[in-house]
Design a protein around this ligand. Structure first.
Ligand SMILES: Cc1ncc(COP(=O)(O)O)c(C=O)c1O
Length: 397
């Protein structure tokens, strides 16, 4: 995984590997102005440990935003973290001990698999499809049969599938977990990047009494480098705060102050509107390029938010081998097996649409398609379209 992260941040490679927006799209210029001003005007004041829960004004801004999607938190409910990855780590440490089993989506974000391994937790991979999300029957069987300590699922636009469970299924899932007294840790990092009319509701917003820990960050929208995330841990707040003390103690004050000013001046909403439009356009263009250049029988996800595409290749192909070939040609993508703890998805890959569409990206897709066609050795067939469902399905070439 380290290799992949290094390749993904190598500016010499065509950037289809890392699920992060390009610096141009992040357009963090205004945010940086707030950072510079905070350092100039109150640098000494911010050169401190903040309270473990984080900057009170930032927590207030986060609560204001959460109200829009129906989540009524008070600033005391929110703990600021160093990115979403720390939020997930603290949540897991608060509800599980080494050796416990955590039910997760499959495929899932590879960083989560790494965290589980580092904490000595076992991953129970539940089948997850691009249209319906987590397989609820499989989850019910797991809860009946095995001692699942917690579940960790995406609230919306799962990375890499891009799927979002419809509200009715989210509620069904919560009922199951309530019956078995199992905590749900939800990762809503892509929640603000929706292409439809409304932001999908996190699980906790649908059923406030449910035992959920909400995790998110600003990394996918405005400031991956600021490393600011947060969680709302409900009844686990105290346990989370204790873990925060043993983890990073406090989140840097200066970046929190800059983000607070940015959020309170209203700049974030117009920024979100802009990047949503760009990501939706990128996804359409990349999907068309895949339909044009990839071997017949390829299936590509149809996400209704986020900025990654999940591609299933036909035929006997190992995307690890493909990855090695692509890197040699100056192109990066994420091979499918990194999204599983049990070496699945060798015939799949994830492409990031986080960079503005240009010739270099288009040529990168064409080259991966040609490499894949070389491996798959199948002939092209007419495009078969799948209607976009309530979440999203697949499209086949
Ligand atoms: C689904 C998901 N969760 C969490 C993270 C980590 O986020 P952060 O950079 O805020 O720590 C990522 C980053 O790629 C992600 O894709």
């Amino acid at each position: 995984m380290l290799n992949l992260v290094e390749y993904a941040s190598d500016p010499r490679l065509v950037p289809l590997g890392c699920a992060v927006p390009s610096p141009e799209l992040l357009a963090a210029g205004r945010l940086d102005q707030f950072l510079a001003r905070a350092a100039r005007v109150k640098g000494v004041e911010y050169n401190v440990y903040t309270a473990p829960g984080g900057d009170a004004a930032l927590r207030q801004e986060i609560c204001r935003r959460a109200l829009r999607w129906g989540q009524s938190w008070s600033p005391e409910d929110v703990v600021i973290t160093c990115g979403c990855i720390e939020a997930l780590t603290l949540a897991l440490k608060a509800v599980a001990r080494s050796g416990d089993t955590i039910a997760i989506e499959s495929p899932t974000y590879f960083g989560l698999l790494h965290v589980l391994e580092a904490l000595g937790l076992k991953a129970l991979e539940l089948p997850t499809d691009a249209q319906h999300g987590v397989d609820l029957a499989a989850l019910a069987r797991a809860l009946d049969g095995k001692s699942v300590s917690a579940c960790l699922f995406a609230s919306s636009f799962n990375n890499p599938l891009g799927c979002t469970m419809p509200d009715t299924r989210k509620l069904e899932l919560l009922q199951l977990l309530t019956k078995h007294r199992v905590t749900l840790i939800e990762d809503d990092i892509f929640g603000d990047i929706y292409f439809g009319a409304e932001r999908p509701k996190p699980f906790g917003a649908l059923e406030p009494a449910a035992d959920t820990i909400y995790c998110s960050s600003f990394s996918k929208t405005i400031a991956p480098g600021y490393r600011i995330g947060w969680l709302a841990a409900g009844r686990h707040r105290q346990a989370v705060l204790l873990q925060k003390l043993a983890s990073t103690l406090a989140t840097p004050a200066l970046t929190q102050a800059a983000l607070t000013d940015f959020l309170s001046c209203g700049g974030y909403d117009s920024h979100l509107r802009r990047i949503r439009r760009v990501f939706a356009g990128n996804i359409d263009r990349m999907t068309r390029a895949i339909e044009r250049c990839f071997p017949a029988g390829t299936r590509v996800s149809r996400p209704a938010g986020g900025f990654v595409l999940w591609v299933e290749l036909p035929g006997p192909v190992d995307t690890r081998v493909l990855f090695g070939e692509a890197v040699k040609l100056g192109i990066c993508f994420a091979p499918g097996d990194v999204f599983s703890a049990s070496d699945r998805y060798r015939h799949c890959l994830r492409l990031s649409c986080g960079y503005g569409w240009d010739e270099r990206i288009e040529e990168g897709i064409e080259t991966i398609g040609a490499l894949a066609a070389g491996h798959a050795e199948v002939t092209r067939a007419p495009v078969r379209g799948f209607p976009r469902g309530p979440c999203n399905g697949f499209r086949s070439t």
